[in-house]
Design a binder for this molecule. Structure first.
Ligand code: SF4
Length: 381
């Protein structure tokens, strides 16, 4: 086993290149999984896409797992080896993740809808699971003791509310049955009042994922998104959300392998200036030539950590995020990084800490929502 490996560098490397399965595993598991959920040193989770071309190999033997890399091997823990908790819920570290209508985005759902690719909406996007099935599957995930938070990932729905009308009964049911936090990844709404309503309905963390850092890379990789949504709709919804949601609870994912470095740096500055935290994913781990150099990705992530700290945006909500790289993960890339955020995380891990965090979030919502509801009632919505 190599002695010291920086968990943040290893997470970035695994997100960038994916992970190869050791030959024994590769052969044995004909239906090799698409992804593996791995707990790295430093309590850092990563959902690595399986890519046999990756220079990083997952080695498993009874009771021991490790990532083999240039510097040797690093002991890790495997949470899930591709097997979803159920058809409805996929565990991503401690996040019970539910895709509705196929979900949205590369990091959260591993896909992009036909709409964003500028294609005919002919393909079946994905299941809109019955509410009772979602409640039952989430209950099973909590009963197994794996889940600590629910993450809803909503696919494409036409209309200015981007499908919030579909989501509301799920939010109502989840909050009726569980004392939990809810994160949501979805298409940005055209009607900004829907952002307020999203918070009012019980969403704690919201992600409208730009993915393409600049207008040019959006046109190239997501022609439908560029034509029908455009950056402006994302930035308006994100800026509005940053005024409504708690600090640090509004995120937008940028893909490191589809935009030039300058576009990514500019987008990071733009998002942080609006009170939004950028996260970093990858479109295609087997992208070869397009993959940015690891040191470039490290520099981008460290810069995001500095920008967020400088802007005073809390990183407290970014717990156990596995499918993308966060400014909180970047604390390991910054020497002398303040430990206050890690301390907050440790506090919110224990029962009392988690309960307090949820109660404070509820109280804050009650105080803010009274105003939001009044404005909606007055406009008969
Ligand atoms: S933004 Fe909308 S259309 Fe594009 S991938 Fe997400 S849900 Fe699908």
């Amino acid at each position: 086993m190599s002695d010291v490996v920086n968990p943040a560098r290893l997470k970035l490397a695994l997100l960038r290149s994916g992970v190869a399965l050791d030959s024994a595993d590769g052969e044995k598991d004909a239906a090799a999984p698409n992804t593996v959920d791995i707990l790295l040193p430093g309590d850092m989770w990563v959902t690595a896409k399986v890519a046999q071309s990756s220079p990083l190999t997952l080695v498993r033997s009874p009771g021991v797992s490790a990532i083999r890399h240039q510097g040797g091997e690093t002991a890790v823990r495997i949470a899930s080896f591709g097997s979803a908790a159920s058809r409805v819920v996929t565990m991503r570290s401690t996040w019970a993740t539910v895709m509705l209508s196929g979900g949205c985005g590369q990091s959260a759902a591993g896909r992009t809808c036909a709409f964003c690719r500028g294609r005919e909406l002919t393909e079946h996007a994905g299941e809109v699971w019955p509410i009772e099935s979602v409640v039952a599957a989430v209950r099973a995930a909590f009963d197994q003791g794996d889940a600590e938070l629910v993450h809803l990932v909503l696919g494409y729905f036409p209309g200015d509310d981007a499908g919030l009308h579909v989501l509301r009964p799920y939010l109502e049911a989840i909050h009726r049955h569980f004392d939990t936090m809810v994160a949501l990844t979805m298409h940005p709404p055209a009607d900004l009042r829907m952002v307020d309503l999203t918070y009012a309905e019980g969403v704690d963390v919201i992600c409208y994922n730009l993915e393409a850092a600049g207008a040019e890379s959006m046109r190239r990789h997501f022609p439908g998104r560029a034509r029908y949504l455009g950056r402006k709709r994302y930035l308006s919804a994100l800026a509005r959300a940053a005024q409504i949601f708690p600090g640090g609870a509004v995120w937008s994912d940028l893909l490191l392998d589809i935009s030039p470095r300058a576009e990514i740096d500019a987008a990071v500055a733009e998002l942080v200036a609006a009170g939004v935290l950028p996260t970093f994913g990858v479109l295609d781990p087997e992208g070869g030539a397009d993959a940015p150099a690891l040191d470039d990705s490290v520099a981008i992530a460290a810069a995001a950590f500095h920008a967020a700290s400088h802007a005073g945006i809390g990183l407290g909500w970014m717990r156990d995020v596995s499918s993308t790289f966060t400014p909180f993960d970047a604390r390991y890339l910054v020497s002398g990084a303040p430990q206050s955020q890690s301390l907050l995380h440790q506090l919110s891990r224990n029962r009392l800490g988690a309960l307090t965090t949820r109660s404070l979030a509820r109280m804050r919502r009650r105080l803010r929502v009274r105003r939001v509801r009044a404005s909606f009632d007055s406009s008969h919505l």
